[in-house]
Design a protein around this ligand. Structure first.
Ligand SMILES: [Zn+2]
Length: 296
């Protein structure tokens, strides 16, 4: 209910800019990303949740529902839990969200399948005192300080795979494009990486095992040390990480200037300019891309 007096409100009015965008990599395929912001009724803060569903090879994931169903269910549960139960940590909320989502299809689907629907996760929750965050797998959270400096909060386990696996990837990339040897080496490398999915010493995604929440990168910063925050799926962060169009500070400046849709538009332009993935090797030529910007 509105405050009729206008001045007797116990909470300070917080004005902020919230912008979201999400776009499928292929318009003919469903988007597997999820992004949402909740501004709870207290008016003293908010919650951001951004997920990137992992596309299973050849659609084989043991689930009859599909990845878009999974990310929608997981994202909705995460948003509800983290926004309405603020005394719990974001990791606790992710645990609960994974549990609830798994329970919703345990009787119909094979959740022990290694490619059971899964997603990367970013969450941020703020009030007047602080901003808490959680990052699992390769989506990114960017925080801009009042002096303009930008920090990227990343779960870099995918960049820290065992040396022999990384060396196999580099060896495959060194072979001639289009050659049988390169195809075989790439397949072998991909298999080695897949063996490390949700395995000790490897990398972790939010799938059906709630204990993965303990693996997330978590922390908090004082709210007055954050001027703006942004979350990006890797389809949007490829502006920096694949195309090298700028660093994180450049990316943030673009977000503030042109909004999340402007960033994704720039990524699409770069993807179209290298449609055969020659100059900028990457998994999908065009990926689902989502970005959220909160300016306090
Ligand atoms: Zn299912």
């Amino acid at each position: 209910m509105a405050n009729p007096g206008g001045s007797a409100c116990s909470g300070r009015l917080i004005v902020m800019r919230v912008e979201l965008t999400t776009e499928p990599g292929d318009p003919a395929q469903p988007n597997e990303d999820y992004v949402s912001v909740a501004l709870p009724a207290s008016g003293r803060g908010g919650v951001l949740v951004l997920l990137d569903g992992v596309t299973p090879p050849a659609g084989d994931d043991g689930c009859r529902h599909g990845v878009p169903w999974f990310t929608t269910a997981l994202g909705g549960a995460m948003l509800e839990s983290s926004a309405s139960r603020r005394h719990r940590t974001l990791a606790d909320s992710l645990t609960e969200a994974i549990d609830r989502t798994a329970a919703a299809h345990r009787t119909t689907c094979d959740l022990s399948h290694p490619r059971t629907p899964q997603a990367t996760a970013v969450a941020a929750r703020w009030d007047e005192e602080r901003l808490e965050y959680l990052v699992l797998s390769d989506s990114a959270l960017l925080l801009q300080r009042p002096d303009g400096a930008v920090t990227a909060v990343l779960d870099d386990r995918l960049d820290r795979l065992p040396a022999e696996v990384r060396a196999a990837g580099e060896a495959a990339r060194a072979l001639p494009r289009g050659s049988e040897a390169r195809a075989a080496a790439t397949a072998e490398y991909t298999q080695a990486v897949e063996a490390l999915r949700n395995a000790e010493g490897g990398f972790f995604t939010a799938a059906a095992d709630p204990s993965v929440a303990e693996r997330a990168v978590t922390g908090w910063v004082r709210r007055d040390r954050v001027r703006a925050a942004a979350a990006l799926t890797d389809g949007a962060s490829r502006y920096v990480e694949v195309f090298g169009a700028g660093d994180w500070a450049d990316c943030f400046a673009l977000l503030l200037r042109e909004g999340p849709a402007g960033l994704v538009g720039r990524v699409r332009t770069a993807e179209r300019a290298d449609a055969d993935r020659t100059d900028f090797p990457r998994g999908k030529a065009q990926d689902d891309a989502s970005a959220a910007l909160i300016e306090f």
